[in-house]
Design a protein around this ligand. Structure first.
Ligand code: AQP
Length: 338
């Protein structure tokens, strides 16, 4: 259900915890660009989230510019959208603290992403990794965002954002924060690892062969799809036939998302095809769609001062929305400011 009392506004972000991978592009950036022009759009490089696990400072700065370059290369227009990096708008950290005091420990204990990332070694991980969904709620609610496009893996965190907004409004007897709608649509909301179709493709996954990086060249893309794990069966006749075949389903969904068609359209063309036919077609399609983006990214990366200027300008525009909302939040909470 969408909260209709607030002006429609989109917010989403990507963390610069490494170079962009195909899942970030299909599940996030491509969809972010598609929402541009439909309503006000605010997109962020969430560098404060990246340091929830150790980041080399020089690499973090480079990855922040690379994510910004990815957004721009994929068609984000900094005149139509606000594009900035999170740490330049200190209101994120300030509202994040307030939400740390609203969110309940029991809620955080249910976050599956923390369990997946921390594994059996949770005590060695940073407090920030555990608390980061409260900061993510602040990222969204600081802009009174009504719509948050994300991949499937972030659904639980957007639901937590709704819980935080509802509890804040209830505890302080206000109708101040919107109850945000997660926007999770299209064929590639969960792009899977190329070597294990039961795991999500990630920037920080162990092997480079398990993901397509947005900076991979044509040979690398072809090699990675050629070596992608599959089962021995040819492609089925219908989408239903992909149900228990996670690797086959993943490759079909990637094809569909890259080509802006449905998995059923892909099946209509490739029903019964052997991998020897489908994989090269997928690699060719991926190269034709990704090569223009990666060469545009390289062009932006050659001019870091221009990226920094765009992020600086976006940060100033983001602060204009965020600061009044933070000040009002402080008033509601009873924080005295002289
Ligand atoms: N495999 C994926 N399929 C679809 N969408 C994905 N997203 C990430 N991976 C996939 C979406 O990309 C956006 C930005 O994600 P993020 O970088 O902030 O965090 P993440 O989801 O933790 O991404 P990674 O690549 O897995 O990073 P690491 O390895 O550092 O944890 C989100 O909308 C996300 O859903």
């Amino acid at each position: 259900m969408t909260d209709t009392t607030f002006t429609p506004r989109v917010f989403s972000g990507i963390k610069p915890s490494g170079g962009l991978q195909l899942g970030n592009y299909l599940g996030a950036i491509k969809r972010f660009v598609g929402m541009q022009g439909q309503m006000e759009t605010v997109y962020c490089v969430v560098d404060m989230h990246a340091i929830t696990v150790w980041q080399d400072p020089a690499e973090l700065a480079k990855a922040t510019r690379e994510v910004a370059a990815g957004y721009l290369a994929a068609g984000l227009d900094p005149k139509k959208s606000i594009l900035f990096n999170q740490s330049q708008v200190s209101a994120h950290a300030e509202l994040g603290w307030i939400f740390n005091c609203v969110a309940r420990v029991g809620w955080m204990n249910r976050m599956t992403q923390f369990k997946d990332k921390a594994g059996s070694n949770a005590e060695k991980h940073s407090l920030g990794l555990y608390a980061y969904p409260a900061l993510m709620a602040a990222d969204i609610l600081l802009y009174h965002a009504t719509h948050v496009p994300v991949g499937e893996d972030q659904k639980q965190h957007v639901e937590l954002t709704r819980d935080i907004a509802t509890k804040f409004n209830h505890d302080y007897k206000v109708d101040f924060f919107p109850v945000t709608t997660p926007v999770i649509d299209g064929p590639a909301t969960r792009v899977m690892n190329l070597r294990d179709g039961t795991k999500k493709m990630s920037k920080s996954g162990e092997s480079d062969m398990e993901r397509i990086n947005m900076t991979d060249d044509a040979d690398k893309i072809a090699k990675k799809f050629k070596k992608a794990k599959t089962d021995p069966e040819p492609l089925p006749e219908t989408v239903e036939g992909l149900a228990d075949r996670p690797e086959a389903r993943n490759l079909v969904e990637i094809y569909a998302a890259l080509n802006d068609v449905t998995p059923a359209d892909v099946m209509a063309e490739y029903a019964g095809a052997q991998w020897g036919r489908f994989k090269p077609a997928l690699a060719d399609l991926a190269v034709s769609k990704l090569a223009p983006i990666s060469s545009e990214m390289a062009r932006f990366m050659d001019d870091p001062a221009e990226i920094d200027r765009i992020l600086g300008d976006g940060s100033a525009r983001a602060r204009q929305i965020a600061e009044p909302i933070l000040r009002k939040t402080y008033d509601i909470v009873g924080m005295l400011r002289s």
